[in-house]
Ligand binder design. Structure first.
Ligand SMILES: Cc1cc2nc3c(=O)[nH]c(=O)nc-3n(C[C@H](O)[C@H](O)[C@H](O)COP(=O)(O)OP(=O)(O)OC[C@H]3O[C@@H](n4cnc5c(N)ncnc54)[C@H](O)[C@@H]3O)c2cc1C
Length: 319
């Protein structure tokens, strides 16, 4: 079994900053385990600007921001295992992982940093009635299709939810030639940052329907129409107050959930506030800890997690 000073699970901005900070704080045998084929996490698909204003005092795209940390790692002896999925962790800091380089491996470390990011809520989580045709995507999946895979998820689009991912995709789909017919938000105010409401909806004349929701998705093989209804202050549908939109795609931007299944399965509690988990020597940071709006805050927090993990490992893996 390979023994590391630190294993970081997740090679997004949180994992990269934690690993680099642990190196700077004296650790030498560090491994970053990343299931994707490259480092950078969700930033690789965020090709818009708006990253780094706090940390670098510059406005960068997502890949540029991630690139700076990947470069920092290259100047160290930190090991990375790409295309490698952590399947299981234990309270005594073992990591069961599978990947091309390692095969199935059980790794062990004096400290662990959990930096697995978050996942998007999908249709099942909001329970939208209707048929189950093609053309329904989470906004992040659509973003990956457009920005990385070069595929268009639809041409006449309705977006449910006005969180930042949905707003950014409203603009992105428009720039790629789609008609974004509506952004529908159940709350009386937008969910995303004010700058995104202005720059992604208003600047492109995309209508935002506040206190509205999609009450039915219609279509056989492909989405054909959605029914949109007005809701009252208790989010109850007001009968008869609504309209339909003919469309071929629905993008869902209805919330993000910290990715902490590995911790849950091992009985490790991530409390959402502190980088320390319930188990000494195991730390959490970035969107695994709680969902962050700004990556600059993820970086600052993850540097603290890396430093704490280094201190723990340098004490020989004892509290
Ligand atoms: C559409 C969108 C727009 C955004 N816009 C901005 C913006 O303009 N400005 C800004 O500052 N911030 C923005 N953000 C927020 C910022 O990008 C995130 O807060 C940040 O990327 C979170 O970093 P993370 O490392 O915690 O998670 P992620 O970037 O999601 O990285 C997690 C990594 O862990 C890996 N992983 C997960 N589970 C496993 C496993 N079991 N084994 C191995 N690897 C695993 C994943 O593959 C991933 O690479 C945006 C986010 C999105 C989605």
């Amino acid at each position: 079994m390979s023994l590391y000073d630190l294993i970081v699970i997740g090679g997004g901005p949180a994992g990269l900053a934690a690993a680099h900070s642990a190196w700077q704080n004296g650790l030498r045998k560090i491994l970053v385990v990343e299931r994707d084929k490259e480092l950078g996490g969700i930033l690789n698909q965020c090709i818009h600007t708006g990253f780094g204003l706090d940390y670098f005092k510059e406005e960068l795209t997502g890949p540029e921001y991630a690139g700076r940390f990947i470069k920092r790692l290259r100047g160290t002896g930190i090991e990375t295992a790409l295309g490698t999925m952590a399947l299981k962790i234990t309270q005594n800091r073992e990591v069961h992982a599978v990947g091309k380089k390692l095969g199935y491996a059980v790794l062990s470390a004096k400290s662990l940093v959990l930096a697995m990011g978050c996942r998007e809520r999908a249709r099942g989580a909001v329970g939208i009635p209707g048929t189950r045709p093609a053309g329904i995507f989470t906004a992040g999946t659509a973003q990956r299709y457009v920005n990385i895979e070069g595929q268009m998820p639809g041409r006449r689009v309705v977006i449910l939810g006005s969180g930042d991912v949905g707003l950014i995709m409203a603009r992105r789909m428009t720039l790629e030639g789609a008609a974004v017919l509506a952004c529908v938000e159940i709350l009386p105010k937008p969910g995303g940052l004010a700058r995104n409401v202005v720059q992604c909806l208003r600047d492109y004349d995309i209508p935002l329907y506040l206190s509205h929701t999609i009450t039915e998705i219609r279509g056989d093989k492909r989405v054909e129409q959605v029914a949109v209804s007005k809701v009252d202050k208790d989010r109850r549908v007001i009968p008869g107050a609504g309209f339909t939109v003919d469309c071929d795609a629905v993008l869902l931007s209805v919330g993000l959930i910290p990715e902490n299944e590995l911790a849950n399965a091992a009985g490790i509690v991530i409390n959402g506030k502190s980088i320390a988990t319930s188990v000494p020597g195991i730390f959490a940071c970035g969107n695994t800890l709680h969902v962050h709006d700004l990556v600059d805050h993820v970086t600052a927090e993850s540097e603290r997690a890396g430093k704490a993990a280094a201190a723990y490992a340098l004490r020989g893996g004892t509290p």
